[in-house]
Design a protein. Structure first.
Length: 190
């Protein structure tokens, strides 16, 4: 097994001291460095502490040596694309709360601003967080295993109103959905 702590830390622009300070309880930069390089054994407890400090899922910190990670080789800045001094592993962004489920909506036919082949990654939220999803694209479960997708335009007494992305579509009202999937990322092939 190899650990990916250094790549993830660098991708997030953090120093050893930053990660050490973010650990709960805080530790030293030297300890984080030893864990990164394998000079100190990476226990399950350390994995969880460092993952929380880096805001990633603990399983992203380690991988089999045969796994070939996707590499980030350049960054695009105001002066154009610049090579990294050393490629680093590209890490899929996850919210700090690793317990919050993520669901994906596949777009089969172009509709509104979405193109066929797009994937919409959504973070599930409970009824207590519905108000924060106002004016965001959301996926809402409906009875009998169906779903509704669209811009949430209203939230009142447990009911949510969605405006589907297609032209001429009518508002959909869902009464007491168990959860909403709030769109966070669009994955589109070029």
């Amino acid at each position: 097994m190899i650990n990916r702590i250094r790549d993830i830390r660098r991708q997030k622009g953090l120093t050893l001291a930053d990660v050490a300070a973010r650990c709960s309880p805080p530790t030293t930069a030297q300890t984080i460095g030893r864990l990164e390089t394998g000079m100190r054994s990476l226990s399950l407890a350390w994995m969880n502490r460092i993952a929380a400090a880096l805001d990633v899922d603990p399983q992203l910190l380690v991988g089999a040596e045969s796994d070939r990670p996707t590499a980030m080789v350049a960054k695009l800045g105001p002066t154009g694309a610049e090579a990294l001094t050393r490629p680093i592993e590209a890490v899929f962004p996850l919210a700090p709360d690793g317990d919050t489920p993520v669901v994906v909506l596949g777009v089969e036919t172009s509709v509104g601003e979405y193109r066929a082949g797009d994937q919409v990654w959504l973070r599930q939220v409970g009824p207590d967080e519905f108000a924060r999803a106002l004016n965001r694209d959301v996926l809402a479960p409906r009875p009998a295993g169906r779903f509704a997708f669209g811009r949430m335009i209203d939230h009142d007494s447990g009911r949510v109103a969605l405006l589907p992305p297609g032209i001429g579509q009518r508002q959909v009202v869902i009464d007491q959905p168990a959860w909403l999937g709030v769109a966070e990322m669009l994955v589109r092939r070029l």
